[in-house]
Design a protein around this ligand. Structure first.
Ligand SMILES: Cc1cc2nc3c(=O)[nH]c(=O)nc-3n(C[C@H](O)[C@H](O)[C@H](O)COP(=O)(O)OP(=O)(O)OC[C@H]3O[C@@H](n4cnc5c(N)ncnc54)[C@H](O)[C@@H]3O)c2cc1C
Length: 470
Protein backbone atom coordinates (compact mmCIF):
# COMPACT_ATOMS: atom_id res chain seq x y z
CA UNK A 1 0.00 0.00 0.00
CA UNK A 2 1.37 3.48 -0.82
CA UNK A 3 1.01 6.80 0.89
CA UNK A 4 0.26 10.02 -0.94
CA UNK A 5 3.68 11.53 -0.26
CA UNK A 6 5.61 8.53 -1.62
CA UNK A 7 4.05 8.75 -5.07
CA UNK A 8 6.66 8.83 -7.82
CA UNK A 9 5.91 10.50 -11.19
CA UNK A 10 4.75 7.99 -13.81
CA UNK A 11 6.08 7.88 -17.39
CA UNK A 12 3.74 8.86 -20.26
CA UNK A 13 2.31 6.04 -22.33
CA UNK A 14 0.47 5.95 -25.63
CA UNK A 15 -3.30 5.50 -25.31
CA UNK A 16 -4.65 1.99 -25.85
CA UNK A 17 -6.76 1.37 -28.98
CA UNK A 18 -10.43 2.26 -28.64
CA UNK A 19 -12.70 -0.55 -27.46
CA UNK A 20 -15.87 1.49 -27.37
CA UNK A 21 -17.51 0.68 -30.66
CA UNK A 22 -19.94 -1.93 -29.34
CA UNK A 23 -21.38 0.11 -26.43
CA UNK A 24 -21.67 3.11 -28.78
CA UNK A 25 -23.62 1.02 -31.32
CA UNK A 26 -25.97 -0.27 -28.63
CA UNK A 27 -26.55 3.27 -27.42
CA UNK A 28 -27.30 4.43 -30.95
CA UNK A 29 -29.69 1.51 -31.46
CA UNK A 30 -31.58 2.34 -28.27
CA UNK A 31 -31.87 6.04 -29.10
CA UNK A 32 -33.03 5.35 -32.66
CA UNK A 33 -35.66 2.92 -31.38
CA UNK A 34 -37.11 5.44 -28.92
CA UNK A 35 -37.17 8.30 -31.43
CA UNK A 36 -38.56 6.25 -34.30
CA UNK A 37 -41.54 4.97 -32.32
CA UNK A 38 -42.14 8.41 -30.74
CA UNK A 39 -42.33 9.98 -34.20
CA UNK A 40 -44.66 7.23 -35.33
CA UNK A 41 -47.03 8.03 -32.46
CA UNK A 42 -47.01 11.70 -33.42
CA UNK A 43 -47.73 10.74 -37.04
CA UNK A 44 -50.73 8.70 -35.88
CA UNK A 45 -52.15 11.76 -34.14
CA UNK A 46 -51.56 13.98 -37.21
CA UNK A 47 -53.16 11.43 -39.54
CA UNK A 48 -56.19 11.36 -37.21
CA UNK A 49 -56.81 15.07 -38.10
CA UNK A 50 -55.17 16.17 -34.85
CA UNK A 51 -53.82 19.42 -36.30
CA UNK A 52 -57.18 20.45 -37.86
CA UNK A 53 -59.00 19.87 -34.56
CA UNK A 54 -56.35 21.88 -32.75
CA UNK A 55 -57.13 24.91 -34.93
CA UNK A 56 -60.90 24.70 -34.37
CA UNK A 57 -60.65 26.72 -31.14
CA UNK A 58 -63.59 25.04 -29.41
CA UNK A 59 -64.18 21.93 -27.32
CA UNK A 60 -62.42 19.90 -30.01
CA UNK A 61 -59.19 21.83 -29.44
CA UNK A 62 -59.06 20.61 -25.84
CA UNK A 63 -60.16 17.11 -26.80
CA UNK A 64 -57.47 16.73 -29.44
CA UNK A 65 -54.84 18.08 -27.05
CA UNK A 66 -56.16 15.56 -24.54
CA UNK A 67 -55.72 12.81 -27.14
CA UNK A 68 -52.18 13.94 -27.92
CA UNK A 69 -51.17 14.08 -24.24
CA UNK A 70 -52.79 10.66 -23.76
CA UNK A 71 -50.88 9.18 -26.69
CA UNK A 72 -47.54 10.58 -25.57
CA UNK A 73 -48.25 9.53 -21.99
CA UNK A 74 -49.08 5.97 -23.11
CA UNK A 75 -45.94 5.82 -25.23
CA UNK A 76 -43.77 7.04 -22.34
CA UNK A 77 -45.47 4.61 -19.97
CA UNK A 78 -44.48 1.87 -22.36
CA UNK A 79 -40.86 3.01 -22.43
CA UNK A 80 -40.86 3.31 -18.68
CA UNK A 81 -41.77 -0.35 -18.36
CA UNK A 82 -39.39 -1.35 -21.16
CA UNK A 83 -36.53 0.55 -19.54
CA UNK A 84 -36.83 -1.65 -16.45
CA UNK A 85 -37.54 -4.87 -18.36
CA UNK A 86 -33.80 -5.61 -18.70
CA UNK A 87 -34.03 -5.50 -22.50
CA UNK A 88 -30.46 -5.92 -23.80
CA UNK A 89 -30.73 -2.99 -26.24
CA UNK A 90 -31.47 -0.62 -23.33
CA UNK A 91 -29.19 -2.35 -20.83
CA UNK A 92 -26.18 -2.12 -23.14
CA UNK A 93 -27.15 1.18 -24.72
CA UNK A 94 -27.60 3.21 -21.56
CA UNK A 95 -26.23 1.31 -18.59
CA UNK A 96 -28.15 0.91 -15.36
CA UNK A 97 -27.54 4.33 -13.79
CA UNK A 98 -28.63 6.23 -16.89
CA UNK A 99 -31.61 3.93 -17.30
CA UNK A 100 -32.75 4.40 -13.72
CA UNK A 101 -32.51 8.18 -14.17
CA UNK A 102 -34.38 7.96 -17.47
CA UNK A 103 -37.02 5.64 -15.97
CA UNK A 104 -37.66 8.21 -13.23
CA UNK A 105 -37.77 11.13 -15.65
CA UNK A 106 -40.00 9.34 -18.14
CA UNK A 107 -42.22 8.16 -15.29
CA UNK A 108 -42.90 11.64 -13.96
CA UNK A 109 -43.46 13.07 -17.46
CA UNK A 110 -45.84 10.29 -18.37
CA UNK A 111 -47.73 10.88 -15.11
CA UNK A 112 -48.13 14.65 -15.59
CA UNK A 113 -49.21 14.08 -19.20
CA UNK A 114 -51.70 11.50 -17.95
CA UNK A 115 -53.22 14.09 -15.60
CA UNK A 116 -53.31 16.65 -18.45
CA UNK A 117 -55.00 14.01 -20.63
CA UNK A 118 -57.71 13.39 -18.02
CA UNK A 119 -58.44 17.10 -17.52
CA UNK A 120 -58.31 18.11 -21.20
CA UNK A 121 -60.47 15.24 -22.47
CA UNK A 122 -63.09 15.75 -19.76
CA UNK A 123 -63.30 19.53 -20.20
CA UNK A 124 -63.19 19.22 -24.01
CA UNK A 125 -66.09 16.71 -24.07
CA UNK A 126 -68.06 18.79 -21.52
CA UNK A 127 -67.74 21.92 -23.68
CA UNK A 128 -68.80 20.08 -26.84
CA UNK A 129 -71.75 18.39 -25.10
CA UNK A 130 -72.69 21.56 -23.12
CA UNK A 131 -72.50 19.41 -19.99
CA UNK A 132 -71.22 19.98 -16.48
CA UNK A 133 -67.55 18.86 -16.18
CA UNK A 134 -68.25 16.65 -13.15
CA UNK A 135 -71.24 15.03 -14.86
CA UNK A 136 -69.04 14.42 -17.90
CA UNK A 137 -66.34 12.84 -15.73
CA UNK A 138 -68.93 10.58 -14.08
CA UNK A 139 -70.29 9.62 -17.53
CA UNK A 140 -66.81 8.65 -18.67
CA UNK A 141 -66.20 6.43 -15.69
CA UNK A 142 -69.55 4.59 -15.80
CA UNK A 143 -70.56 4.58 -19.46
CA UNK A 144 -67.37 4.19 -21.46
CA UNK A 145 -65.87 0.72 -21.93
CA UNK A 146 -62.78 0.02 -19.87
CA UNK A 147 -63.00 3.32 -17.96
CA UNK A 148 -63.68 1.78 -14.55
CA UNK A 149 -60.53 -0.30 -14.92
CA UNK A 150 -58.61 2.76 -16.15
CA UNK A 151 -59.75 4.73 -13.08
CA UNK A 152 -58.44 2.00 -10.80
CA UNK A 153 -55.22 1.91 -12.85
CA UNK A 154 -54.81 5.69 -12.52
CA UNK A 155 -55.25 5.36 -8.74
CA UNK A 156 -52.42 2.81 -8.62
CA UNK A 157 -50.17 4.96 -10.80
CA UNK A 158 -50.80 7.92 -8.46
CA UNK A 159 -49.76 5.68 -5.54
CA UNK A 160 -46.55 4.70 -7.34
CA UNK A 161 -45.68 8.31 -8.23
CA UNK A 162 -46.40 9.68 -4.73
CA UNK A 163 -44.28 6.97 -3.08
CA UNK A 164 -41.46 7.61 -5.57
CA UNK A 165 -41.20 11.30 -4.70
CA UNK A 166 -37.94 11.79 -2.85
CA UNK A 167 -39.49 12.83 0.45
CA UNK A 168 -41.80 9.81 0.77
CA UNK A 169 -39.20 7.47 -0.77
CA UNK A 170 -36.76 8.38 2.02
CA UNK A 171 -39.35 7.46 4.68
CA UNK A 172 -40.22 4.05 3.26
CA UNK A 173 -38.28 0.84 3.71
CA UNK A 174 -36.84 -0.39 0.39
CA UNK A 175 -39.06 -3.50 0.45
CA UNK A 176 -42.27 -1.48 1.01
CA UNK A 177 -41.38 0.99 -1.70
CA UNK A 178 -40.48 -1.81 -4.12
CA UNK A 179 -43.73 -3.69 -3.44
CA UNK A 180 -45.80 -0.55 -4.02
CA UNK A 181 -43.77 0.17 -7.13
CA UNK A 182 -44.71 -3.23 -8.56
CA UNK A 183 -48.37 -2.11 -8.48
CA UNK A 184 -47.34 0.20 -11.34
CA UNK A 185 -47.42 -2.84 -13.66
CA UNK A 186 -51.02 -3.50 -12.60
CA UNK A 187 -51.83 0.21 -13.09
CA UNK A 188 -50.46 0.10 -16.64
CA UNK A 189 -52.31 -3.15 -17.35
CA UNK A 190 -55.64 -1.77 -16.12
CA UNK A 191 -55.30 1.34 -18.30
CA UNK A 192 -54.81 -0.59 -21.53
CA UNK A 193 -58.39 -1.73 -22.26
CA UNK A 194 -59.83 1.82 -22.34
CA UNK A 195 -57.11 2.92 -24.78
CA UNK A 196 -57.85 0.09 -27.16
CA UNK A 197 -61.66 0.11 -26.82
CA UNK A 198 -62.43 3.84 -26.75
CA UNK A 199 -59.35 5.85 -27.78
CA UNK A 200 -60.07 7.37 -31.22
CA UNK A 201 -56.40 7.23 -32.22
CA UNK A 202 -56.16 3.56 -31.32
CA UNK A 203 -59.28 2.51 -33.22
CA UNK A 204 -59.10 4.96 -36.15
CA UNK A 205 -57.29 2.57 -38.47
CA UNK A 206 -56.29 -1.04 -38.61
CA UNK A 207 -52.64 0.08 -38.72
CA UNK A 208 -52.98 2.15 -35.53
CA UNK A 209 -54.83 -0.58 -33.66
CA UNK A 210 -52.26 -3.15 -34.77
CA UNK A 211 -49.39 -0.84 -33.76
CA UNK A 212 -50.64 -0.32 -30.22
CA UNK A 213 -51.62 -3.95 -29.63
CA UNK A 214 -48.21 -5.01 -30.94
CA UNK A 215 -46.39 -2.49 -28.78
CA UNK A 216 -48.18 -3.51 -25.60
CA UNK A 217 -47.73 -7.18 -26.43
CA UNK A 218 -43.99 -6.69 -27.02
CA UNK A 219 -43.66 -4.84 -23.70
CA UNK A 220 -45.50 -7.56 -21.77
CA UNK A 221 -43.47 -10.23 -23.56
CA UNK A 222 -40.18 -8.45 -22.72
CA UNK A 223 -41.08 -8.21 -19.03
CA UNK A 224 -42.12 -11.86 -18.88
CA UNK A 225 -39.17 -13.09 -20.91
CA UNK A 226 -36.29 -10.98 -19.59
CA UNK A 227 -37.40 -10.62 -15.97
CA UNK A 228 -39.05 -13.98 -15.32
CA UNK A 229 -38.44 -16.72 -17.90
CA UNK A 230 -34.81 -16.04 -18.77
CA UNK A 231 -33.54 -15.88 -15.15
CA UNK A 232 -35.42 -19.11 -14.38
CA UNK A 233 -34.08 -20.89 -17.46
CA UNK A 234 -30.51 -19.65 -16.95
CA UNK A 235 -30.45 -20.51 -13.27
CA UNK A 236 -31.77 -24.01 -13.99
CA UNK A 237 -29.34 -24.52 -16.90
CA UNK A 238 -26.26 -23.54 -14.91
CA UNK A 239 -27.30 -25.21 -11.64
CA UNK A 240 -25.67 -22.52 -9.51
CA UNK A 241 -24.83 -23.38 -5.91
CA UNK A 242 -22.93 -21.72 -3.08
CA UNK A 243 -19.47 -23.26 -2.69
CA UNK A 244 -17.88 -21.02 -0.08
CA UNK A 245 -18.86 -18.30 2.42
CA UNK A 246 -16.27 -16.40 4.41
CA UNK A 247 -15.73 -13.14 6.24
CA UNK A 248 -14.29 -10.28 4.19
CA UNK A 249 -12.96 -7.51 6.42
CA UNK A 250 -14.60 -6.46 9.68
CA UNK A 251 -18.20 -6.38 8.47
CA UNK A 252 -18.11 -7.96 5.05
CA UNK A 253 -18.99 -11.36 3.60
CA UNK A 254 -17.65 -12.97 0.44
CA UNK A 255 -19.67 -15.70 -1.25
CA UNK A 256 -18.42 -17.93 -4.05
CA UNK A 257 -20.94 -19.60 -6.33
CA UNK A 258 -20.21 -22.25 -8.96
CA UNK A 259 -22.15 -24.17 -11.58
CA UNK A 260 -22.13 -25.74 -15.03
CA UNK A 261 -20.72 -23.70 -17.92
CA UNK A 262 -20.99 -20.48 -15.91
CA UNK A 263 -18.65 -18.79 -18.40
CA UNK A 264 -21.50 -19.05 -20.93
CA UNK A 265 -23.45 -16.45 -18.94
CA UNK A 266 -21.03 -14.00 -20.58
CA UNK A 267 -20.49 -12.04 -17.35
CA UNK A 268 -17.68 -9.48 -17.37
CA UNK A 269 -15.79 -7.88 -14.52
CA UNK A 270 -17.58 -4.69 -13.41
CA UNK A 271 -21.04 -6.17 -13.94
CA UNK A 272 -23.62 -7.25 -11.36
CA UNK A 273 -26.41 -9.80 -10.99
CA UNK A 274 -29.60 -9.77 -8.96
CA UNK A 275 -29.14 -12.68 -6.57
CA UNK A 276 -31.66 -14.94 -4.89
CA UNK A 277 -30.34 -17.57 -2.51
CA UNK A 278 -32.84 -20.39 -2.02
CA UNK A 279 -32.15 -20.77 1.67
CA UNK A 280 -35.69 -20.54 3.06
CA UNK A 281 -38.63 -18.13 3.34
CA UNK A 282 -37.87 -14.69 1.93
CA UNK A 283 -35.68 -16.03 -0.89
CA UNK A 284 -37.88 -14.28 -3.47
CA UNK A 285 -36.40 -10.91 -2.52
CA UNK A 286 -33.53 -10.32 -4.93
CA UNK A 287 -30.49 -8.20 -4.07
CA UNK A 288 -28.08 -6.68 -6.59
CA UNK A 289 -24.43 -7.52 -5.94
CA UNK A 290 -21.51 -6.87 -8.26
CA UNK A 291 -18.95 -9.48 -9.18
CA UNK A 292 -16.06 -9.07 -6.75
CA UNK A 293 -13.61 -11.21 -8.73
CA UNK A 294 -12.79 -11.77 -12.38
CA UNK A 295 -15.55 -14.13 -13.61
CA UNK A 296 -13.11 -16.20 -15.63
CA UNK A 297 -13.91 -19.91 -15.32
CA UNK A 298 -17.10 -21.35 -13.86
CA UNK A 299 -17.22 -19.44 -10.58
CA UNK A 300 -18.79 -16.16 -9.56
CA UNK A 301 -17.79 -14.26 -6.42
CA UNK A 302 -19.60 -11.48 -4.59
CA UNK A 303 -18.51 -9.44 -1.59
CA UNK A 304 -21.06 -7.55 0.46
CA UNK A 305 -21.00 -5.22 3.39
CA UNK A 306 -23.55 -6.23 6.06
CA UNK A 307 -26.07 -3.41 6.24
CA UNK A 308 -29.42 -5.15 6.84
CA UNK A 309 -31.46 -8.38 6.73
CA UNK A 310 -30.54 -9.36 3.17
CA UNK A 311 -26.79 -8.93 3.57
CA UNK A 312 -26.79 -10.43 7.11
CA UNK A 313 -28.42 -13.49 5.62
CA UNK A 314 -25.42 -14.05 3.34
CA UNK A 315 -23.34 -14.93 6.40
CA UNK A 316 -25.72 -17.81 7.20
CA UNK A 317 -25.53 -19.39 3.73
CA UNK A 318 -24.41 -23.01 3.60
CA UNK A 319 -22.36 -24.57 0.79
CA UNK A 320 -24.75 -26.35 -1.56
CA UNK A 321 -27.51 -23.70 -1.30
CA UNK A 322 -29.13 -23.21 -4.70
CA UNK A 323 -28.85 -19.81 -6.31
CA UNK A 324 -30.97 -17.95 -8.86
CA UNK A 325 -29.52 -15.03 -10.80
CA UNK A 326 -30.85 -12.28 -13.03
CA UNK A 327 -28.19 -10.79 -15.25
CA UNK A 328 -25.43 -10.04 -15.95
CA UNK A 329 -26.23 -6.32 -16.00
CA UNK A 330 -24.27 -3.09 -16.04
CA UNK A 331 -21.80 -1.53 -18.40
CA UNK A 332 -19.00 -0.41 -16.09
CA UNK A 333 -16.71 -2.84 -17.88
CA UNK A 334 -13.27 -2.80 -19.46
CA UNK A 335 -14.93 -2.43 -22.88
CA UNK A 336 -15.38 1.25 -22.15
CA UNK A 337 -11.65 1.92 -21.71
CA UNK A 338 -9.91 4.19 -24.16
CA UNK A 339 -6.92 5.35 -22.06
CA UNK A 340 -3.84 3.32 -21.22
CA UNK A 341 -4.05 3.61 -17.46
CA UNK A 342 -6.60 2.93 -14.78
CA UNK A 343 -7.63 5.07 -11.84
CA UNK A 344 -10.18 3.33 -9.64
CA UNK A 345 -11.95 5.03 -6.76
CA UNK A 346 -14.24 2.98 -4.54
CA UNK A 347 -16.09 3.75 -1.32
CA UNK A 348 -17.20 0.95 1.03
CA UNK A 349 -18.54 -2.06 -0.86
CA UNK A 350 -17.97 -0.10 -4.08
CA UNK A 351 -14.46 -1.52 -4.16
CA UNK A 352 -15.80 -5.00 -5.09
CA UNK A 353 -16.40 -4.48 -8.86
CA UNK A 354 -13.22 -2.40 -9.08
CA UNK A 355 -11.15 -5.32 -7.78
CA UNK A 356 -12.83 -7.61 -10.33
CA UNK A 357 -11.86 -5.14 -13.07
CA UNK A 358 -8.30 -4.87 -11.78
CA UNK A 359 -8.04 -8.66 -11.88
CA UNK A 360 -9.29 -8.92 -15.46
CA UNK A 361 -7.95 -5.81 -17.22
CA UNK A 362 -4.52 -5.62 -18.85
CA UNK A 363 -2.05 -3.08 -17.41
CA UNK A 364 1.65 -2.94 -16.64
CA UNK A 365 3.05 -2.46 -13.11
CA UNK A 366 2.38 1.13 -11.95
CA UNK A 367 -0.30 1.73 -14.61
CA UNK A 368 -3.26 1.07 -12.32
CA UNK A 369 -4.14 2.98 -9.17
CA UNK A 370 -6.83 2.06 -6.65
CA UNK A 371 -8.08 4.53 -4.05
CA UNK A 372 -10.31 3.07 -1.34
CA UNK A 373 -12.46 5.11 1.02
CA UNK A 374 -13.61 3.43 4.25
CA UNK A 375 -14.42 4.30 7.86
CA UNK A 376 -11.25 2.50 8.89
CA UNK A 377 -8.72 0.18 7.25
CA UNK A 378 -10.30 -2.85 8.97
CA UNK A 379 -13.68 -2.06 7.34
CA UNK A 380 -12.22 -2.44 3.86
CA UNK A 381 -13.48 -5.26 1.62
CA UNK A 382 -11.24 -7.37 -0.67
CA UNK A 383 -8.04 -6.42 1.18
CA UNK A 384 -6.33 -9.77 0.57
CA UNK A 385 -7.09 -9.58 -3.15
CA UNK A 386 -5.90 -5.96 -3.32
CA UNK A 387 -2.64 -6.82 -1.59
CA UNK A 388 -2.15 -9.71 -4.01
CA UNK A 389 -2.74 -7.41 -6.99
CA UNK A 390 -0.17 -4.99 -5.56
CA UNK A 391 2.45 -7.74 -5.29
CA UNK A 392 1.69 -9.67 -8.46
CA UNK A 393 0.58 -6.94 -10.87
CA UNK A 394 2.10 -3.75 -9.49
CA UNK A 395 -1.21 -2.14 -8.50
CA UNK A 396 -0.74 1.10 -6.57
CA UNK A 397 -3.18 1.26 -3.65
CA UNK A 398 -4.04 4.32 -1.58
CA UNK A 399 -6.41 4.30 1.36
CA UNK A 400 -8.46 7.24 2.52
CA UNK A 401 -9.86 6.06 5.87
CA UNK A 402 -11.57 8.12 8.50
CA UNK A 403 -14.61 10.27 9.18
CA UNK A 404 -16.15 12.48 6.54
CA UNK A 405 -14.84 16.03 6.30
CA UNK A 406 -17.38 18.60 7.44
CA UNK A 407 -16.07 21.19 5.01
CA UNK A 408 -14.20 21.29 1.70
CA UNK A 409 -14.20 18.40 -0.76
CA UNK A 410 -16.80 15.90 0.38
CA UNK A 411 -15.29 12.69 -1.05
CA UNK A 412 -12.12 12.83 1.09
CA UNK A 413 -11.98 12.16 4.84
CA UNK A 414 -11.51 14.88 7.45
CA UNK A 415 -7.77 14.10 7.49
CA UNK A 416 -7.48 15.44 3.92
CA UNK A 417 -10.01 18.26 4.23
CA UNK A 418 -7.35 20.88 3.45
CA UNK A 419 -6.81 19.41 -0.03
CA UNK A 420 -8.51 20.75 -3.10
CA UNK A 421 -10.22 17.64 -4.60
CA UNK A 422 -9.02 18.21 -8.18
CA UNK A 423 -5.44 18.81 -7.03
CA UNK A 424 -5.53 15.71 -4.86
CA UNK A 425 -6.59 13.62 -7.87
CA UNK A 426 -3.72 15.09 -9.91
CA UNK A 427 -1.33 14.40 -7.05
CA UNK A 428 -2.49 10.78 -6.93
CA UNK A 429 -2.44 10.05 -10.66
CA UNK A 430 -0.16 12.61 -12.32
CA UNK A 431 -1.29 13.18 -15.92
CA UNK A 432 -5.02 12.40 -15.71
CA UNK A 433 -5.40 12.51 -19.50
CA UNK A 434 -3.87 9.02 -19.67
CA UNK A 435 -6.49 7.45 -17.44
CA UNK A 436 -9.88 5.87 -17.56
CA UNK A 437 -11.49 6.53 -14.20
CA UNK A 438 -13.86 4.00 -12.61
CA UNK A 439 -16.05 5.11 -9.69
CA UNK A 440 -18.23 3.02 -7.43
CA UNK A 441 -19.91 3.99 -4.19
CA UNK A 442 -22.75 6.13 -2.83
CA UNK A 443 -24.26 8.59 -5.33
CA UNK A 444 -23.29 11.88 -3.54
CA UNK A 445 -19.71 10.60 -3.07
CA UNK A 446 -19.42 9.79 -6.77
CA UNK A 447 -20.97 13.11 -7.78
CA UNK A 448 -18.39 14.95 -5.73
CA UNK A 449 -15.46 13.08 -7.35
CA UNK A 450 -16.96 13.42 -10.81
CA UNK A 451 -17.09 17.19 -10.33
CA UNK A 452 -13.43 17.27 -9.25
CA UNK A 453 -12.40 15.02 -12.15
CA UNK A 454 -14.13 17.35 -14.61
CA UNK A 455 -12.41 20.34 -12.96
CA UNK A 456 -9.10 18.51 -13.38
CA UNK A 457 -9.87 18.19 -17.11
CA UNK A 458 -10.93 14.52 -17.34
CA UNK A 459 -13.32 14.03 -20.27
CA UNK A 460 -16.82 12.81 -19.31
CA UNK A 461 -16.47 9.72 -21.56
CA UNK A 462 -13.37 8.66 -19.60
CA UNK A 463 -15.37 8.45 -16.35
CA UNK A 464 -17.25 5.17 -15.82
CA UNK A 465 -19.40 4.49 -12.80
CA UNK A 466 -21.99 2.28 -11.14
CA UNK A 467 -24.14 3.50 -8.25
CA UNK A 468 -24.99 1.01 -5.50
CA UNK A 469 -28.46 2.51 -5.15
CA UNK A 470 -31.78 2.64 -6.97
C1 LIG B 1 -26.11 -2.24 -9.10
C2 LIG B 1 -25.85 -2.51 -7.62
C3 LIG B 1 -24.75 -3.27 -7.26
C4 LIG B 1 -24.49 -3.51 -5.91
N1 LIG B 1 -23.40 -4.24 -5.56
C5 LIG B 1 -23.10 -4.44 -4.26
C6 LIG B 1 -21.93 -5.17 -3.86
O1 LIG B 1 -21.17 -5.69 -4.69
N2 LIG B 1 -21.67 -5.30 -2.53
C7 LIG B 1 -22.51 -4.75 -1.57
O2 LIG B 1 -22.24 -4.88 -0.38
N3 LIG B 1 -23.61 -4.05 -1.93
C8 LIG B 1 -23.93 -3.89 -3.23
N4 LIG B 1 -25.07 -3.20 -3.57
C9 LIG B 1 -25.96 -2.70 -2.50
C10 LIG B 1 -26.79 -3.88 -1.99
O3 LIG B 1 -27.66 -4.33 -3.01
C11 LIG B 1 -27.62 -3.47 -0.77
O4 LIG B 1 -26.74 -3.05 0.23
C12 LIG B 1 -28.42 -4.64 -0.25
O5 LIG B 1 -29.42 -5.00 -1.18
C13 LIG B 1 -29.01 -4.26 1.09
O6 LIG B 1 -29.97 -5.21 1.49
P1 LIG B 1 -30.24 -5.46 3.05
O7 LIG B 1 -31.53 -6.21 3.16
O8 LIG B 1 -29.05 -6.06 3.69
O9 LIG B 1 -30.35 -4.01 3.65
P2 LIG B 1 -31.61 -3.05 3.85
O10 LIG B 1 -31.60 -2.61 5.26
O11 LIG B 1 -32.87 -3.67 3.32
O12 LIG B 1 -31.22 -1.87 2.92
C14 LIG B 1 -30.03 -1.13 3.06
C15 LIG B 1 -29.89 -0.22 1.86
O13 LIG B 1 -29.82 -0.99 0.65
C16 LIG B 1 -30.86 -0.62 -0.28
N5 LIG B 1 -31.47 -1.87 -0.79
C17 LIG B 1 -32.09 -2.83 -0.06
N6 LIG B 1 -32.52 -3.84 -0.85
C18 LIG B 1 -32.17 -3.48 -2.11
C19 LIG B 1 -32.35 -4.08 -3.40
N7 LIG B 1 -32.97 -5.26 -3.54
N8 LIG B 1 -31.90 -3.42 -4.49
C20 LIG B 1 -31.27 -2.23 -4.37
N9 LIG B 1 -31.05 -1.61 -3.19
C21 LIG B 1 -31.50 -2.22 -2.08
C22 LIG B 1 -31.89 0.15 0.53
O14 LIG B 1 -32.45 1.19 -0.22
C23 LIG B 1 -31.09 0.73 1.68
O15 LIG B 1 -30.58 1.98 1.34
C24 LIG B 1 -25.36 -2.97 -4.91
C25 LIG B 1 -26.47 -2.21 -5.28
C26 LIG B 1 -26.72 -1.99 -6.62
C27 LIG B 1 -27.92 -1.17 -7.01
Amino acid sequence: MATLTSLAPVPRLVAAPARRLRPALWHLGAVVLIWATSLFVLALWVSGAGVQSLLAVDGDTLTTLGRLTGLVSANLLLYQVLLMARVPVFERGFGRDAMTRLHRLVGFWSFWLLLAHLVLITVGYAITAHANVLVQAWDFIWDYPGMLLATAGTGLLILVVVTSMRRSRRRLRYESWHLLHLYGYLGVGLSIPHMLWTGADFTASVGATFYWWALWAVTAACVLWFRVAMPLIRSARHGLRVVDVRADGQDGIAVRVAGRDVHRLGARAGQFFIWRFLDGPGWTRGHPFSLAADPAGDELTIAARRVGDGTDRLAELRPGTRVMVEGPYGHMTGERRTGSRLLMLGAGAGVAPLVALLESEPYAPGEAILVTRDHSASHGLRRTEIDRLAVERGLVHYTLPGRRATSGTSWVPATHAQWDGAQLLQRIAGDLSLYDVYLCGPIPWMQSIRQDLRTAGVAAERIHSEAFAV
